[in-house]
Design a protein around this ligand. Structure first.
Ligand code: BES
Ligand code: MN
Ligand code: MN
Length: 463
């Protein structure tokens, strides 16, 4: 391992420069106008996988954005790690809230990242974290220290629901066969408090339309006599939560796995300061489901949030209008064993049933995803634990995350293997927000930790 670490040390600057290069390409998967840039990013990843020493590197076309595959099989009798990551990013808007261009990476020091952090869209989610794997592999391969086989599957559609990865996995199950999936697309508690993510929430995402009169009306002539779809939508949305902030959709909690008091006790031992949390977000109080802590509300409990709402006049100045339509995008984060399709259906039935006769509502489902939990009594979890302990000098804490990576549950279904969520980001890295960043400490720590994971995992599997 010494040789691997010294390779990493000697190539530190280049590893950073290469990451800055990929961060300059605006691989915004949600916006069709950027399809070429997404492709260019796939080509960059392809080139760097080849340079790192991978074999059979290939860009697989899909009906959406491409998937990059590569592998190094050193001995078929050794275990195989499948590395998953995504090179697409969220749209950067609102642009005016960025202190520097989202695709012009700059390094700046912050209170939390005194060694500096890279500011760019995708720096943490997930280009920076994905790229750690290419560099860790390069270091191990160059020094002839690969203890096992490795495969890479890097996609460009994670941020839009991984629609084409599912058929790709099913169609290429043989090529992708592995003993474990390794991914870095989650966070640790703090740079001095390592953790391993043991659960992800599922997701049901949908859009609603409330349709009132057949045209926009004068709000003085008709207001008060004709239902205003924006008013109605607000009332309907407000009614989706009970006073205790639980969700008022019949059947919503039916399948929720109740977490034991013991486990909740353990969970709440994780270091967390509610004051620091509030300060960092500029809020005076937190809010959420009664009877649960903030840590629990963001991990083991399901939620419902409006992600966007619009309708009527939103231009400069005032226009007196009673709008004809109103819209909202709504997400529900799900926990084991909630089924996204069932929840979407329950939402739709309920939303239609509460609509007054004065309007018509349409519910359009978008993508969804299953929640996932990873067990802690497996060789892969043990290996991740040992690896983090080695590089951080501290045993990691298991934590359930509030985010979603829908494809993780599919890996289990299709490949019959568990995933290790070995993320290195921080929740304060502003992923999906303006000024997303990723600590240099985290980038290099990831590159150093990954080879230890390979080593410990291979050792544990051969015993
Ligand atoms: N990497 C995130 C998920 C994540 C973030 C997990 C932080 C744990 C901690 C991923 O790229 C993501 O943003 N997922 C989406 C879901 C997807 C279907 C758009 C999400 O969670 O909103
Ligand atoms: Mn991600
Ligand atoms: Mn994301």
């Amino acid at each position: 391992m010494e040789k691997v670490l010294s390779f990493i040390d000697q190539n530190k600057d280049r590893f950073l420069e290469e990451l800055l290069e990929i961060l300059k390409i605006p691989s915004i998967s949600a916006d069709p106008a950027y399809a070429k840039e997404v492709r260019r990013t796939a080509e960059y990843v392809e080139e760097k996988l080849i340079a790192a020493g991978a074999d059979d590197v290939k860009i697989f076309e899909t009906k959406g954005h491409p998937i990059v595959f590569g592998q190094k099989i050193i001995d078929a009798s050794l275990p195989t790690i499948l590395v998953y990551g995504h090179y697409d990013v969220q749209p950067p808007d609102p642009l005016e809230l960025w202190n520097s261009g989202p695709f012009e990476p700059v390094i700046k020091k912050t209170d939390i990242h005194p060694d500096g952090a890279i500011f760019a869209r995708g720096a943490c989610d997930d280009k920076g974290q994905m790229y750690m794997h290419l560099k860790a592999f390069e270091a191990m391969y160059s020094e002839n220290e690969l203890p096992c086989n490795v495969k890479f599957m890097l996609e460009g559609e994670e941020e839009v629901g991984s629609e084409h990865l599912e058929p790709f996995c099913r169609d290429n199950a043989e090529m992708l066969s592995c003993d474990v999936v390794l991914l870095s697309d989650t966070s640790i508690i703090a740079n001095d408090v390592p953790s391993i993510t043991t659960g992800l929430r599922g997701l049901s995402y949908l859009e609603v339309e409330v349709c009132g009169p057949n045209k926009d009306l004068h709000s003085g002539v008709y207001g008060g006599a004709v239902a205003n779809p924006v008013n109605v939508l607000c009332e309907m949305i407000a009614s989706l939560k009970n006073e205790d902030k639980s969700i008022a959709i019949p059947g919503f909690y039916d399948d929720v796995v109740v977490v034991s008091e013991d486990e909740r006790g353990e969970m709440n031992k994780a270091p967390f300061s509610i004051e620091a949390y509030k300060n960092s977000l500029g809020i005076k109080a937190v809010e959420g489901e009664k009877g649960y802590t903030t840590l629990e509300r963001t991990s083991i409990r399901p939620t419902l949030d409006v992600n966007g709402i619009w309708g009527g006049y939103i231009g400069e100045g005032a226009k007196t209008v009673l709008p004809s339509k109103a819209f909202a995008k709504i997400s529900m984060r799900l926990v084991p064993n909630q089924d996204p399709d069932k929840i979407t259906q329950a939402f739709q039935n309920h939303f239609e049933s509460i609509a007054p006769d004065s309007v018509q509502v349409t519910v359009t489902p978008h993508h969804g995803g299953m929640p996932a939990v990873t067990p802690t009594d497996t060789p892969e979890y043990e290996a991740a634990k040992l690896a983090l302990n080695k590089t951080f000098g501290k045993m990691p804490i298991p934590v359930r995350s509030g985010g979603s990576i829908p494809i993780v549950s599919l890996f289990e279904e299709v490949f019959g293997v568990k995933s290790v969520l070995l993320g290195f980001g921080l929740n304060s890295d502003d992923i999906h927000s303006p000024n997303e960043h990723y600590g240099l400490f985290n980038y290099y720590k990831g590159i150093e930790t990954i080879p230890y994971f390979y080593q410990y995992y291979s050792d544990l599997k051969s015993n």
